[in-house]
Design a protein around this ligand. Structure first.
Ligand SMILES: [Zn+2]
Ligand SMILES: [Zn+2]
Length: 372
């Protein structure tokens, strides 16, 4: 079928919105008519080369829509189901899946470089030439074909725009707090970086009863927003990791139990680590450049039992956690819709990235096929 999608022609850009051919779903694949896609920093990382992807590629990895067709062996979803998409399909057979760490699935991660679906082939083409997927999805388009295990059914009363965000940014932030850090009521909490992912972590900490809840960012307007999401204290980046961590320590009475880092910058990672108290954990969720190196005062690790926890996709299990997160949203305990600051069409994709960089946007959502 013919669809329109936003193609990254090569690292560095441009992004062109054009007509593409989308092949029908294979036996274990699903055709999803997309209704909304979030615009995430990881998409931009492929444009500026922080983390390259094979081009030409349709970007976008945070989507939701309606199942339009299914392959003959698909059992998890049916035509007409509303779904949020997961960018971490899994095999169920490898050593990591067998110990419950489906987000680390060895079989699927090793196919990532092929930039196709999990079998390594693409369903997208243009004038007979292959166009590649991004993160097994490609949601900057009117429709996508994805693996069955990338489709998570959601309730029909949930709007597609919120469901889309749960597909990446929200689950990354919320899961880091609830699943990776295992935060408990009364724990002292800080988040370094108050974009969509950082604010999701902050919301999860508030919902779980953390106190205090400290937001750190270099942009004062982001700190105002963080306050409106329940931050009890805010700390503006003080020019160095050490000075910033000192301010967090002062605000928290000596350091935090959980410090989430949501930018991927080594200096912010360092600040998160230095903000922890004894037995505290720095939870690293931002994606650094492949050549980034982190320098830490090593003695304080054993001396204070400080911990560093990596977290990919918030250590989430989409089948379990998407529904749980959306239930709490519906009940008003996670105001996820407040993350959406701008809605626009596919043709405005360049403007969406400009807004992301201006600091004036929280999350930009592309509305695909009518209002989400
Ligand atoms: Zn993302
Ligand atoms: Zn696996």
């Amino acid at each position: 079928m013919k669809i329109r999608g936003a193609v990254l022609e090569q690292t560095g850009g441009p992004l062109t919105v054009c007509e593409l051919e989308l092949a029908p779903p294979g036996p274990e694949e699903v055709l999803v008519r997309l209704r909304a896609s979030g615009v995430c920093h990881s998409d931009y990382n492929t444009i500026d080369g922080t983390s390259e992807t094979r081009c030409p590629a349709v970007l976008g990895h945070e989507g939701a829509g309606v199942v339009e067709a299914v392959g003959e062996r698909v059992r998890r979803v049916r035509v007409g189901d509303h779904v949020a998409l997961s960018w971490a399909p899994w095999c169920g057979r490898c050593v990591e899946c067998l110990r419950g760490l489906t987000q680390l699935c060895v079989d699927v991660w090793k196919t990532t470089d092929a930039s196709g679906l999990v079998d390594g082939t693409t369903r997208l083409s243009r004038n007979g030439e292959p166009v590649y997927h991004y993160s097994f999805l490609s949601t900057f388009a009117e429709a996508c074909v994805v693996d069955e295990r990338a489709c998570v059914p959601i309730a029909e009363d949930i709007s597609f725009d919120v469901a889309a965000l749960v597909g990446c940014g929200v689950s990354t932030g919320v899961g880091a707090v609830w699943r990776t850090a295992d935060l408990r009521p009364g724990d002292r909490f800080a988040v370094v970086g108050c974009g969509g992912v950082g604010l999701s972590a902050l919301m999860a900490a508030v919902a779980a009863g953390a106190n205090p809840v400290i937001a750190v960012d270099a942009m004062p307007q982001k700190l105002d927003v963080a306050r409106s999401f329940g931050a009890t204290h805010v700390v503006e980046w003080a020019g160095s990791p050490e000075a910033t961590a000192e301010a967090v320590k002062e605000a928290s009475g000596g350091g935090v139990d959980v410090a989430v880092e949501a930018t991927g910058r080594p200096e912010a990672m360092e600040a998160a680590f230095l903000s922890t108290r004894g037995r505290g954990a720095a939870v690293m969720i931002g994606i650094p450049r492949p050549d980034a190196v982190l320098k830490l005062p090593a003695l304080t690790i054993p001396r204070l039992e400080r911990r560093i926890l990596g977290s990919i996709y918030g250590s989430s299990k989409p089948e379990r956690d998407f529904a749980l997160t959306l239930d709490l949203y519906r009940d008003g305990r996670l105001p996820l819709d407040r993350l959406i600051s701008h809605r626009m069409g596919l043709d405005e994709i360049e403007r969406a990235f400009e807004l992301m960089h201006s600091g004036d946007a929280l999350r930009v959502v592309l509305e695909l096929g009518g209002p989400a």
